[in-house]
Ligand binder design. Structure first.
Ligand SMILES: [Zn+2]
Length: 336
């Protein structure tokens, strides 16, 4: 990780630099004088190399050699002046966002140019913005996912412990990421369990890994998605961005969609229809979707909403997803 400046920090540093230079030149007019003369001399140089139709040059010095030697004297004068003032010769250098590549985004490695780390960081930041990944979710990676809160005790009547189940979910999430980086995958995941057991953390970890690989993903909480779609019908709502068609087409065609918290609230039949339309479109296009829910798939149908459409949603999920239970202690109470 390199320390690239944020937009605000960059503007602040540039403003401070400009002020510092202006004050210095005001306090030391001789510095302004020599630097102005240098710039002037440099700007005249091209004239030494061009002639008009009559073969005359507009270069004020007699010869290029004379001009270059005057330039050399001015440079030396400036260096001596800077030294006497205790200033480095790059005191007026621009402020760069990235200290490594000076904002060129590429760096020299051996004989070739490679992308600087800041390029990857900027691409990831853009990817997160498009995906709907919040600042908090940005920190939620596989590396920060702890299995400590999943008991390895095997309860009576159970084949495996919560720890072993959690391990399988993490494996499945990592496998999906690897498969997607490798090629197109046709299966999704349905991860269910009580609130606060780490489902959204794993979703964020998958999203962050894929975004880092340059793969486009979208994250949305299902109730928020429906609120956004409903808002596009509200003509008086100036907050509404895009239209229903755009929102749904975007979500229907993205390589991976995360639909968080399915079935948390009961939907109207109109909402269930909209949701089914989206899920079915992705199913037909063989594009993977990762769902999270508090409910086992069997209970989702009755909790989600009325009618046969909810049944069809559940059957689409069952046909296309690997289903996992994630049950640990509520992690929210373990965090400070
Ligand atoms: Zn850089």
């Amino acid at each position: 990780m390199i320390d690239s400046l944020s937009e605000a920090a960059l503007i602040k540093a540039q403003t401070e630099r400009d002020k510092r230079i202006a004050t210095l030149r005001e306090q030391h007019p001789e510095l302004l004088g020599v630097e102005t003369a240098l710039l002037q001399e440099l700007s005249l140089l091209p004239r030494a190399l061009t002639r008009d139709s009559e073969g005359n040059s507009s270069y004020p010095e007699n010869t290029l050699e004379q001009g270059l030697s005057r330039l050399g004297r001015l440079r030396k004068q400036r260096m001596e002046l800077l030294e006497s003032l205790g200033l480095p010769d790059d005191y007026a250098a621009p402020v760069y966002r990235c200290p490594v590549c000076h904002d060129r985004m590429v760096i020299r490695r051996g004989d070739s140019w490679v992308a600087c780390e800041c390029f990857h960081e900027q691409r990831a930041a853009l990817g997160r913005e498009r995906a709907g990944i919040s600042q908090r979710m940005k920190e939620q990676t596989f590396a920060t996912f702890s299995l400590d809160f999943y008991s390895d005790e095997c309860l009576r009547g159970e084949q495996e412990s919560k720890y072993s189940r959690a391990l399988k979910v993490v494996d499945a999430c990592q496998q999906l990421v690897l498969d997607l980086v490798d090629a197109k995958v046709e299966y999704g995941l349905y991860i269910f369990g009580n609130p606060g057991v780490g489902k959204t953390h794993l979703v964020a970890a998958m999203a962050n890994s894929l975004i880092a690989e340059g793969i486009d993903v979208r994250y949305t909480v299902s109730s928020t998605l429906l609120v956004n779609i409903r808002a596009t019908y509200d003509k008086d709502n100036s907050e509404a961005t895009g239209n229903e068609g755009y929102i749904l087409t975007d979500l229907a065609t993205v390589p991976l969609l995360f639909l968080d918290d399915l079935g948390v609230e009961r939907f109207t039949s109109w909402e269930v229809e909209k949701l089914y339309g989206l899920i079915n479109q992705r199913y037909l296009a063989k594009l993977p979707t990762v769902f999270t829910s508090n409910l086992p798939l069997d209970n989702l149908e009755e909790e989600m909403g009325p009618g046969g459409t909810a049944t069809r949603i559940v059957s689409r999920i069952a046909e296309s997803c690997r289903v996992f239970l994630l049950d640990g202690e509520d992690l929210r109470f373990h965090r400070r």
